[in-house]
Design a protein around this ligand. Structure first.
Ligand SMILES: C[S@@+](CC[C@H](N)C(=O)[O-])C[C@H]1O[C@@H](n2cnc3c(N)ncnc32)[C@H](O)[C@@H]1O
Length: 215
């Protein structure tokens, strides 16, 4: 757990600032495009149990509760500042919040979830591919993973009018590593079948929906 926390510390520095930024930007992240994808590609699996990986401040949980009044909601997070805020949202949403490092086997049962969400967390991990295997294990056959993250774009575009500092370059490496096709490739390697890929913000982000095959 401590190596993941060290890795996150290098990525984010001040976690209070980062938590506040995640709260401020949540309306955009979980806006009409997200819920459009949800309604079209996730709601049809009739979720009765949802697992949110790297829930951060836990803002998705109350929104899920509105749509899924009867569902079991479980959220995993490792960072203490995030956990503190997530605790209140999890309580409000009647969700289970578990302290867990996503770099290790997840503390959840096999095939226990209809839906797994991973929003803006994949790029934060030093070696994220095994997380897809764990999401696959946690899903029931026919269940779906929603993977929403940064995808590759040009350095000139990423930089805008900022200076190219070592810190900015490091963030570029982390944010702009995988293309949408790379993410789909990694999901297929983990056993998933891609269902939909939706670009966001001019291709700076992608929302992938992939399914654990039913048979
Ligand atoms: C960019 S935030 C997104 C939070 C939330 N999903 C959202 O969209 O509002 C990513 C979150 O993933 C968490 N995270 C990153 N690596 C993790 C790990 N190895 N184990 C658990 N949580 C992790 C971070 O602490 C952070 O709260």
């Amino acid at each position: 757990m401590s190596s993941s926390l060290d890795h996150l510390q290098r990525h984010h520095g001040d976690f209070t600032e980062f938590r506040d930024a995640m709260i401020e930007t949540s309306a955009g992240r979980f806006g009409p495009i997200w819920w459009g994808v949800w309604d079209q590609h996730v709601a049809p699996v009739e979720p009765r149990a949802v697992l949110d990986l790297g829930t951060g401040p836990g803002l998705l949980l109350p929104m899920l509760r509105v749509r899924l009044p009867e569902a079991r909601l479980v959220a995993l997070e490792v960072q203490p500042v995030m956990l503190e805020t997530a605790r209140a949202h999890a309580d409000d949403a009647d969700a289970e919040l578990i302290v867990a490092d996503l770099a290790h086997p997840l503390p959840v049962e096999d095939a226990a979830f209809d839906v797994v969400t991973a929003v803006m967390v994949f790029h934060e991990m030093a070696f994220p591919p095994p997380l897809l295997g764990e999401a696959f294990r946690a899903l029931r056959p026919g269940g779906r993973l929603v993977l929403y993250d940064w995808v590759r774009w040009d350095l000139s575009d990423y930089l805008g009018d900022r200076d190219l500092t070592p810190d900015v370059l490091q963030h570029f490496r982390e944010h702009c590593l995988f293309s949408p096709d790379d993410l789909a490739f990694l999901c297929r390697r983990a056993g998933f079948t891609p269902v939909e890929v939706v670009g966001r913000k001019g291709g700076h982000f992608a929302i992938l929906v992939v399914e654990k095959p039913a048979g």
